[in-house]
Design a protein around this ligand. Structure first.
Ligand code: MSP
Length: 531
């Protein structure tokens, strides 16, 4: 096993309802990055899980006449099933109701109390129930919750506080010397200007108004504030502060690259509270917070009341796994909001997958069958400017791809691969293999064209494999690509590794072309309901 290590996490999701494509987007992004890093030779730890405490869950359970534990167990089972069906390669799944996690939170709370970082006080503030957050007057937007825009109520209670104020300076210094810690940097600027520079307010870290949470050991009618509880999932899963700290020692250290992926609405919690808690425990900080935007609908945010929440299950059922994964990762611009529409979904999949990538593979492999009985001619270098142009394009795309992926810019990394695919389709039009095939004197040229196409398809398929799971495997199998060539080390070798290989007898399209008018209607009928 390699000694390069990589840690990546999704936020832990609230199991207050079934997950939708917004949650799936975050999970796909982490999964694609995890697969990419593994392909680059990293030993990867990929964590996801659920954030199961809090008033909202308690209320939901009551509504459904079950205990909170029964309520979350049921939803968590369906979330785990979803990740299995979507072939998510998480290493572990952390639940904040896991005993191991609860004990870590209690120990951390005790330590903070002991070292004077947590003290008992009284809290009065504006409370947003759906967000389970208190706000000060100045944080409200038009008198409403700054995160979700809903009504807030004035609440007062005995509570423990964490001395955030003590860490303002250290946090600011940290970000000044780690300007790359957040992508995009505009998110860090916002947090610095709005929260850190004015001086951090102490954070209320316990509640007495409900009891579905981790009990404060020293004062059990208090439960630990959900964000203190939730954030520690990132290390409790690794066994931090338990009898089995091996994974923690292995992955949560200065040498391991540690990345948290999260949506823009939870930056404040991740960019302020989490680093401060880690500082207070003298633990290493993550290397990167990768903040993505929202998937929205034409009419704005997805919401149950509008009935426009899009579920992943029907999309997978209708179109298979690759299309949803590809669409979300390619269409939603990196770090920005993106609008989901059935029209764009079908258009994007048709253009990129059926017409460009799928068609390149289908027509090239069919020609290799037709002209050479299925034998990919051996590589003999470039015989004209077309060959050289294609090789240069593949090389450039490959280099650009790695550059983008190393910055976690998934959207543009995929776009780079499609530049090589476009170039290869143009190469077919320019070299006209069907005309070369008619002239025996052009046999060498025809061999070169087929070999160049096969190698281009091979390279782009390996590059695309973290994003397209089924189609790339199908195409590599039709190419009969040997296992030892299906990795990033092999595609970094000089062009032309795949040669003198007998491809499959049956060549079929990897991606069907979808009838836009029919499929858009079908999507509209099905994607808003989960069976
Ligand atoms: N439980 C907290 C996170 C705690 S992490 C220590 C939470 N959960 S959540 O279920 O509400 O949302 C989790 C994540 O889901 C968001 O950060 C975001 O990554 C993703 N998304 C939820 N809705 C989304 C969209 N509409 N679009 C894109 N991502 C969205 O916050």
């Amino acid at each position: 096993m390699s000694n390069k290590k990589f840690y990546i996490s999704t936020p832990i999701y609230y199991p207050s309802g079934n997950l939708h494509i917004g949650h799936v987007y975050t999970t796909f992004m982490c999964d694609a990055i995890a697969r990419y890093k593994r392909a680059c030779g990293y030993d990867v730890y990929y964590l996801t899980g659920t954030d199961e405490h809090g008033q909202k869950i308690q209320d939901k359970a009551k509504e459904n006449n079950v205990t909170p534990q029964e309520y979350v167990d049921n939803i968590v089972a369906s979330i785990k099933q979803l990740w299995k069906e979507l072939e998510i390669t998480n290493t572990d799944y952390i639940r904040t109701t896991d005993l191991k996690h609860e004990q870590v939170v209690q120990k951390v709370f005790s330590k903070f109390l002991e070292q004077g970082d947590i003290y008992l006080g009284q809290y009065e503030g504006w409370y947003c129930k759906p967000c389970e957050s208190f706000f000060t007057q100045s944080q409200l937007v038009d008198g409403k919750c700054p995160d979700c825009g809903r009504e807030v109520t004035k609440e007062k209670e005995d509570a423990y506080f964490f001395k955030m104020s003590k860490y303002s300076g250290r946090l600011l210094d940290y970000y000044k010397s780690h300007a790359n810690a957040v992508t995009p940097s505009s998110r860090l600027k916002e947090v610095i200007t709005n929260f850190i520079e004015p001086g951090l307010e102490d954070l209320c870290v316990s509640r007495t108004s409900f009891d579905w949470g981790v009990k404060v050991k020293e004062d059990p009618h208090h439960v630990v504030y959900v964000w203190l509880d939730a954030l520690f999932n990132y290390v409790s899963a690794l066994g931090y502060n338990t009898e089995n700290p091996e994974l923690f020692e292995k992955y949560w250290n200065e040498e391991t690259e540690k990345v948290h992926v999260l949506g823009k609405e939870i930056t404040r919690f991740h960019l302020i509270y989490w680093p401060v808690f880690l500082m207070a425990l003298n633990l290493p900080l993550p290397d990167k917070f990768l903040v993505h935007g929202w998937i929205i609908m034409k009419e704005g945010k997805m919401s149950k009341s509008k009935g426009n929440v899009v579920y992943p299950e029907p999309i997978k059922e209708m179109y298979g796994m690759d299309l949803l994964r590809y669409y979300l990762l390619r269409e939603i611009p990196f770090c920005e909001d993106g609008v989901f529409t059935p029209e764009q979904f079908i258009e994007r999949c048709n253009t990129d997958l059926a017409n460009n990538y799928g068609n390149l593979a289908h027509r090239s492999l069919s020609m290799i069958r037709k002209y050479f009985g299925g034998r990919i001619p051996a590589y003999k270098g470039c015989i004209n400017e077309f060959d050289a142009g294609l090789e240069a394009a593949v090389k450039l795309s490959t280099n650009m791809f790695f550059e983008k992926m190393n910055n976690f810019d998934v959207t543009n990394a995929i776009a780079c691969i499609f530049e090589a695919i476009d170039k290869a389709n143009k190469y077919v039009d320019d070299t006209k293999p069907w005309a070369l095939a008619k002239d025996e004197a052009k046999k060498e040229e025809l061999e070169s064209v087929m070999c160049h196409l096969a190698n281009t398809i091979y390279t782009v398929s390996v590059l695309l494999s973290p994003f397209l799971l089924e189609g790339t495997t199908k195409i590599l199998n039709m190419l009969n690509c040997p296992e030892h060539l299906r990795n990033y080390e092999a595609i970094s070798l000089p062009f032309g590794q795949l040669g003198d290989v007998q491809i499959a007898d049956a060549i079929t399209p990897a991606y069907a072309r979808l009838d836009a008018a029919v499929e858009v209607e079908r999507m509209k009928e099905n994607i808003y309901t989960r069976k």
